[in-house]
Design a protein around this ligand. Structure first.
Ligand SMILES: CC(C)(COP(=O)(O)OP(=O)(O)OC[C@H]1O[C@@H](n2cnc3c(N)ncnc32)[C@H](O)[C@@H]1OP(=O)(O)O)[C@@H](O)C(=O)NCCC(=O)NCCS
Length: 128
C-alpha cells in the first residue's frame, strides 16, 4: 500500500453552531454553549476528510490520539471554522495540527494522530 499523503495537506471547513452541538445536549456540561466533544468531532472530521482522497481504494483512517485545548466559549448560532494541516507522516501514522475559530477568533487547538487501515480488515479483525 503506497501512502501518497504529504506534509502540508490542509482542509478548512465551516459550520454554524446548532442547539444540538451544545454541552447541555451532549451531556458534557450545563451550559448552552458549543460543546467540547462537538468541537473535537468537527476537528476529527476535518482531518479525516482532508486525506481521504489521497488513500488507495479500500483504505481509510481511524483516530488514535487527540490532545485538545478548548480556550473560548461559543454561543449557538455563531459560525465556527476549522482548519487542519498534516505536519508529519510516519509509516501508517498521520500527524495533524488543527485550529478552530469562531467569528471573534481562536476557540481551540489540537494535536491529532490518525492511523491508516484497510477498512474491511479493520472491522473483520474485531469480529474474530
Ligand atoms: C489503529 C489500531 C488498529 C492500531 O492497532 P494495530 O494495528 O494493532 O497496531 P499497533 O497496536 O501495533 O500500533 C501501531 C502503531 O500505532 C501506535 N498507536 C496505536 N494506538 C495509539 C494511540 N492511541 N496513541 C498513540 N499511538 C498509538 C502504536 O504505538 C504503534 O506505533 P509504532 O508503529 O511506532 O510501534 C488500534 O490502535 C485501534 O484500533 N485503535 C482504535 C481506533 C478507533 O477505533 N478509532 C475510532 C474510530 S475512527
Amino acid at each position: 500500500m503506497e501512502v501518497k499523503i504529504k506534509e502540508g495537506i490542509t482542509l478548512q471547513q465551516k459550520r454554524t453552531v446548532a442547539l444540538d452541538d451544545t454541552a447541555i445536549k451532549y451531556g458534557s456540561g450545563l451550559a448552552e454553549v458549543y460543546a467540547t466533544p462537538a468541537m473535537i468531532s468537527f476537528m476529527e472530521n476535518t482531518a479525516y476528510r482532508s486525506i481521504e482522497s489521497f488513500l488507495p481504494e479500500g483504505y481509510s483512517t481511524v483516530g488514535i490520539s487527540i490532545n485538545v485545548q478548548h480556550t473560548k466559549a461559543t454561543l449557538p448560532g455563531k459560525k465556527v471554522d476549522c482548519q487542519s494541516i498534516v505536519t508529519k507522516v510516519d509509516g501508517k501514522k498521520v500527524f495533524f495540527k488543527i485550529e478552530a475559530s469562531d467569528e471573534e477568533g481562536k476557540i481551540g487547538t489540537a494535536d491529532h494522530v490518525r492511523y491508516i487501515v484497510n477498512s474491511e480488515e479493520f472491522v473483520a479483525r474485531l469480529k474474530k
